[in-house]
Ligand binder design. Structure first.
Ligand code: OFO
Length: 168
């Protein structure tokens, strides 16, 4: 059985992951409007990953006899100044989410909740990957600068992202 504090924090994290789904979907719509279809498709896959993150916690709360309480999802931003601006936002967001996961770990430690700690291990690792991936794209966009051909090459590269096991 989950204790109340941990249950509340996990419900809050479900909301954070669903907001992540929303913000990446919104970035996908932005890229689509900019005719950058590869960037748009990358963001749609990222959004799907976030939905799966929310569902991992959702299922875990249920498995532990807790109660999932869905909350209002904040309206995401709709416009960015450039692809670089959007990916800087994504990288900042992932660092924020990493902080949230680490806060959850601290709470689970305080409450001596070993099962939650073990469940969160997956998220700790996942956040390392999420930060590395978004940061690498920020770096590439920095290199591309104002080059249209560079941006189109990156659009092709990002468009080749495949659905991974985790996203299926
Ligand atoms: Fe759920 O990892 Fe990104 O936000």
């Amino acid at each position: 059985m989950l204790n109340e504090k941990v249950e509340k924090a996990l419900n809050d994290q479900i909301n954070e992951e669903l907001f992540s789904y929303y913000i990446y979907l919104s970035m996908g719509a932005y890229f689509n409007a900019e005719s950058l279809d590869g960037f748009a498709s990358w963001m749609e896959l990222q959004a799907q990953e976030e939905q799966e993150h929310a569902m991992r916690i959702f299922r875990y709360v249920n498995d532990r006899g807790g109660r999932v309480k869905l909350q209002e999802i904040e309206k995401p931003k709709m416009e960015w100044n450039s692809p670089l601006d959007a990916f800087e936002n994504a990288f900042d967001h992932e660092q924020y989410i990493t902080g949230k996961i680490h806060e959850l770990v601290d709470l689970a430690e305080q409450e001596n909740d070993k099962a939650t700690l073990q469940m969160l291990d997956w998220f700790i690792e996942e956040q390392v990957e999420e930060e590395a991936t978004t940061e690498a794209i920020v770096d590439k966009l920095d290199m591309v600068g104002t080059s249209g051909s560079g941006l189109l090459a990156l659009d092709r590269e990002l468009g080749s992202r495949q659905v991974t096991d985790e996203e299926e």
